[in-house]
Design a protein around this ligand. Structure first.
Ligand code: DAH
Length: 345
């Protein structure tokens, strides 16, 4: 009786050795048969109760050897057949077929322009201050010397949040000046790039959202000459070493005196003629000496410190840089437009 059972074990071992799965499907059948949850080796283990006690140990060992033989064979074949399958697939590959196109992203021209401006100011020690686009009335207007009912509030048509006269979409990055000065003491030397919003009719030349870079320098003895030199440096870095600038007297509530700066592009090319409306001069920023009232509003001693500030528009500079005729293209995010500005900065 037990000799017969031992023989079954030997037969099973021989059967396993004789198996020759030729591909991964057949190997899977092999696995199910000998190693799956309902495998036939389990039946041999079940027979152990019919084996006399003194032979049980040997029987157990033999059946275990069968199981191990199945496992070893399976592992070796799996390796071999998988490699074979990969090689076969590689041979099927058509090396002359065109590659799958890779969709590479590119930076938005506004971001590229803004980054260029940031780099220029970073080189002379300005650091970037980033802040919120949803702002309160105080930081956007009151702190910037534009209290309620001040006529200058009409200079910028404001989007207020629904149901609030207190919260708004910032109309300029000047709000970041107040944010920074409230939390720091001079020397302060920051630039604040970002998006701003105004309730304006959308056209080829203006939009209800656009970008600015704000600059602020506050320390002892900062003068208008420092402002002028800083802006000249900027213009030369941005528009070339021969760039000319002019400052025209202007008015902003938060600066005294105030000015607007134009850069001379000339009228030689058609795009410069168009962009400067035939004058050759492109207006790019507002600036001035920080009004002492602004310093005081933000907790900085205006008897001790002075400062200059400026705020420039980005879109117009980007139009020039990339020879684009319509500001709306910047906000439509049409990939056919954006794809043209592959850039690494
Ligand atoms: N905030 C002004 C605007 O959006 C620009 C500006 C003018 C910013 C003068 C300044 C400044 O910091 O000093 O029109």
């Amino acid at each position: 009786m037990s000799a017969e059972t031992f023989q079954k074990v030997d037969e099973m071992k021989a059967a396993i050795e004789a198996e020759q799965p030729a591909n991964l499907d057949e190997l899977e059948q092999f696995r199910i048969k000998y190693l799956g949850s309902k495998n036939i080796i389990k039946g041999l283990f079940g027979e152990i109760r019919n084996i006399p006690n003194e032979q049980k140990k040997e029987y157990g060992q033999r059946v275990n050897a069968v199981k191990e033989a199945a496992e070893t064979k399976y592992a070796a074949l799996k390796n071999e057949l998988e490699t074979q399958a990969e090689e076969a697939a590689a041979q099927d590959m058509d090396l002359t077929a065109p590659g799958e196109p890779l969709d590479l992203g590119s930076r938005h021209p506004i971001a590229v322009t803004m980054n260029r401006i940031i780099r220029i100011f970073e080189r002379i020690g300005f650091i970037v201050a980033d802040d919120r686009e949803i702002e309160d009335d105080w930081h956007n207007f009151t702190a910037m010397n534009t209290p309620e009912d001040h006529p200058a509030r009409d200079m910028q048509d404001t989007f207020y949040l629904q149901g609030s006269m207190e919260m708004l979409l910032r109309t300029h990055t000047s709000s970041v000046q107040a944010r920074v000065m409230k939390n720091a003491q001079p020397p302060i030397r920051i630039i604040a790039p970002g998006r701003v919003y105004r309730n304006e009719t959308v056209s080829a030349r203006s939009h209800c959202q656009f970008h600015q870079v704000e600059g602020l320098y506050v320390d002892e003895g900062v003068s208008f000459a420092d402002l002028k030199q800083t802006l000249l440096y900027f213009a030369r870095e941005m528009f070339g070493p021969d760039a000319k600038i002019r400052l025209r007297p202007s008015y902003f509530p938060f600066t005294e005196p105030s000015a607007e700066m134009d850069v001379y592009l000339g009228t030689e090319t058609e795009k410069d003629y168009r962009l400067t409306k035939g004058t050759g001069w492109l207006e790019i920023l507002g600036c001035g000496m920080v009004d002492p009232a602004v310093l005081d509003n933000c907790g900085i001693d205006s008897n001790k410190y002075t400062g200059f500030a400026f705020g420039m528009g980005i879109e117009r500079q980007a139009l020039r840089l990339y020879d684009i005729g319509d500001i709306r293209l910047f906000f439509e995010n049409d990939v056919r437009f954006l794809k043209q500005f592959a850039s690494t900065i």
